[in-house]
Design a protein. Structure first.
Length: 247
């Protein structure tokens, strides 16, 4: 028999999460993934489209842990409100081989278009820019490629480095289109290697830079990650996107 206190708790825990789990390199749903509310241990499995629902959840900022065979386990925060259904997408990184790296960008509904840019160092001292208009290749030079180019918000936008070259790799996010601010963008960059998550970066809490601005996120050299976290109206290195604005 439930006590009055139990009844009150059940009334307070009335939030719902409608989630989708996708492969960060394809954007396709993952069937049979497990999503669990860390605070309570309540779990659900995804359907054939990668969707799941968790109901009767506590209000507030909650951590969801998502796992699937062959993928790096992901922990992601969601904001829940009693009596409401929150929607969230969880992007799982397929396991990597030794020496490989992957960068996964996700964000909210605005800005509509954020783009990943990776500058790959070349032997002659120049750089190869991997981005939406030059997706590179992971099977030969430059040994880096754009797996997914998202154009309508949320992501994933993913770049894989299949083989590291000598020199400094630079990664930045370009605000291509859409309204909003970096502070409200919910943009997150996750860097993975064979061991799993290396670093996670959240967009700067800034409302002054808008469309056509750049978030210089990090440099990577010989396995060492150097955080930059800089906003600017210009890219960290020369970029072809400044010469071509048609996507």
């Amino acid at each position: 028999m439930l006590s009055a206190c139990d009844d009150l708790v059940s009334l307070l825990d009335d939030a719902t999460l409608s989630g989708t789990v996708v492969d960060a390199t394809t954007g396709e749903g993952i069937s049979g993934a497990q999503a669990c509310l860390v605070a309570t241990g309540e779990c659900a499995l995804t359907d054939v489209e990668g969707a799941f629902t968790l109901s009767g959840l506590p209000e507030g900022s909650q951590t969801i842990e998502v796992s699937a065979t062959g993928y790096t386990t992901l922990r992601q925060s969601v904001s829940l409100v009693n009596g409401e259904t929150a929607e969230a997408t969880f992007m799982l990184n397929p396991s990597l081989a030794q020496g490989e790296y992957r960068v996964v960008l996700s964000w909210g509904s605005n800005p509509e278009g954020l783009d990943s840019h990776l500058w790959v160092p070349l032997a002659d001292g120049t750089y190869y820019e991997v981005y939406f208009d030059d997706e590179g290749t992971c099977s030969s030079d430059p040994w880096a490629c754009l797996d997914v180019d998202d154009t309508d918000g949320y992501g994933p936008e993913t770049i894989t480095i299949a083989q590291m070259q000598g020199g400094v790799y630079s990664y930045a996010v370009h605000w291509y289109s859409g309204t909003g601010t970096w502070a409200g963008s919910e943009a997150v960059v996750r860097l993975y290697d064979a061991g799993g998550l290396v670093r996670e970066f959240s967009a700067p809490n800034d409302s002054t830079y808008g469309e056509d601005s750049w978030w210089y996120v990090f440099d990577l050299e010989n396995g060492v990650v150097t955080s930059k976290d800089l906003l600017s109206t210009t890219p960290p290195l020369p970029s072809s996107v400044s010469l071509q604005r048609v996507k």
